[in-house]
Design a protein around this ligand. Structure first.
Ligand code: ZN
Ligand code: ZN
Length: 360
C-alpha cells in the first residue's frame, strides 16, 4: 500500500514537471541539440554600421549604413537570400546608421522596426519616417529588459533607459545569446550611456563586442570593457575616416587585454558564426593595431610593452599636446618642447589640451 502511494505521488510530480516544461523552456538556455547556427555579418559600409544577423531561418538587420550604402546593403541581403527581415533595428538616428534604411524598408518585407527614443529634425530622418509610412510600418522603442527571439537566439534590450541630449547615447543596446555564445551591440553609445547600462546590473559579458561608436575613445570606457570582457572585438569604420576611428586608446585597451580585433576598414565584411558553443570567423583577426588617428612613429614600438602609453610632444608655453608627427611640432621652439610617454588621460591631467590639428 505504502509503495503504491509513493508511485502515485511520483506520477503526479512527473505530470507536473511535464506540464510546466513549455513554460520553463522560455527561461532556460537552449541545449546544444536545439541551438540553431547563428551568423553575424558585420557588413563593410565604410564609415557607419550595418550588421546582418540570421538564425534558424530568421533574420534581422542592425543599422543600414549611410544613404550612399543602402543599395549595397540591399545587395548583400539579397545575396544571403533574405526575403523578409523579422527585425530592423536602427540604433540611433545618425546618418551613418539610418541613411540606408529607406532602401531596405522599401525593398524588403519587415515584421518589426525598433528605433531609439531620440528624434531628429533633418532630411535623413524625414526620409526614414516617409519610408516607414509608405510601408505602413510603425517603429517602436523597446523597453530595457524586454526579450525577443530570433530562431534559437535570444535578444535582450539593454538601452536606452532614459532620454539623452546626445543622440549617440540614446543608442539601442542589445545582447544576443545563442546557446553559450554572447554578442553585444551598443551602437554609438558613449561613456554616460555605458555607465547607465552598468548601473542596471545586467550581465553584459560577451564573447563578441561590436565596438561602440566605431572605436572612438569616447566609448568603451575601461569600466565598461571590464564588464564585457570580450574575446573578440569588431570595429565598423571606414578607411581614412574623418573622425580618426578607431582611436589609439581603444585599440590599446584591446591589445593590453589580448582581445582579437576585426575591422571592416581593413578586412571588408566580417562574418562570425556561432554554433552555440564555438564561434568561427571568415578571416583572421587584424594585427596592425593601426589607429585612424595621424600616425605616431613611436606608437607601434611603445605599445608592445606598455599599450596604454603613447609618446606626445607637449608645448609648455601654449599648454597643447601633439603627436610627434604633427606639423606644429616642427615650428615649436626647443625651450617650450617637452616629450612625454604617458597615457592621454595623464597628459590631460597635467594641464595640457589636445592640438586641434593632429587631434591626439
Ligand atoms: Zn556612428
Ligand atoms: Zn552616432
Amino acid at each position: 500500500m505504502k509503495k503504491a502511494y509513493r508511485t502515485f505521488i511520483g506520477l503526479i510530480l512527473t505530470a507536473m514537471v511535464v506540464l510546466c516544461l513549455p513554460g520553463l523552456k522560455e527561461f532556460t538556455a537552449s541545449s546544444a541539440a536545439d541551438t540553431d547556427k547563428l551568423e553575424v555579418h558585420f557588413i563593410d559600409v565604410g564609415q557607419g554600421d550595418a550588421t546582418f544577423i540570421t538564425c534558424g531561418g530568421h533574420s534581422m538587420l542592425i543599422d543600414s549604413g549611410d544613404d550612399s550604402k543602402g543599395t549595397a546593403v540591399q545587395n548583400y541581403l539579397q545575396k544571403q537570400k533574405v526575403q523578409k527581415l523579422d527585425y530592423l533595428i536602427l540604433t540611433h538616428p545618425d546618418a551613418d546608421h539610418i541613411g540606408g534604411a529607406p532602401v531596405i524598408i522599401t525593398k524588403f518585407e519587415i515584421d518589426r522596426v525598433f528605433v531609439s527614443n531620440y528624434e531628429k529634425d533633418n532630411r535623413t530622418y524625414q526620409k526614414l519616417i516617409q519610408a516607414l509610412d509608405n510601408k505602413r510600418l510603425k517603429a517602436v522603442t523597446p523597453d530595457v529588459g524586454e526579450t525577443y527571439r530570433l530562431g534559437s537566439a535570444k535578444i535582450t534590450v539593454l538601452a536606452p533607459d532614459r532620454i539623452y541630449d546626445n543622440p549617440n547615447d540614446a543608442s539601442l543596446g542589445l545582447l544576443i545569446e545563442n546557446g553559450d555564445n554572447r554578442f553585444l551591440f551598443t551602437g554609438d553609445a558613449e561613456e554616460p550611456a555605458e555607465n547607465d547600462i552598468l548601473n542596471n546590473q545586467a550581465d553584459i559579458s560577451a564573447d563578441v563586442y561590436h565596438v561602440g561608436h566605431h572605436g572612438s575613445r569616447t566609448s568603451t570606457s575601461e569600466k565598461f570593457f571590464n564588464a564585457v570582457k570580450p574575446a573578440y572585438a569588431v570595429i565598423s569604420c571606414g578607411e581614412d575616416n574623418a573622425y580618426g576611428h578607431p582611436h589609439a586608446q581603444t585599440l590599446n585597451l584591446f591589445r593590453a587585454n589580448a582581445v582579437e580585433v576585426y575591422r571592416t576598414d581593413e578586412q571588408g565584411s566580417i562574418v562570425a558564426v556561432s554554433d552555440g558553443t564555438q564561434i568561427s570567423w571568415n578571416c583572421s583577426p587584424s594585427t596592425t593595431w593601426k589607429p585612424g588617428e595621424p600616425s605616431d612613429p613611436g606608437f607601434q614600438k611603445k605599445s608592445d610593452n606598455c599599450p596604454t602609453q603613447i609618446t606626445y610632444i607637449c608645448n609648455t608655453n601654449t599648454k597643447k599636446f601633439h603627436y610627434p608627427s604633427c606639423s606644429s611640432v616642427c615650428q615649436m621652439s626647443g625651450k617650450n618642447k617637452k616629450t612625454v610617454t604617458i597615457s592621454r588621460d595623464e597628459v590631460i591631467a597635467q594641464g595640457y589640451a589636445p592640438c586641434k590639428k593632429c587631434n591626439p
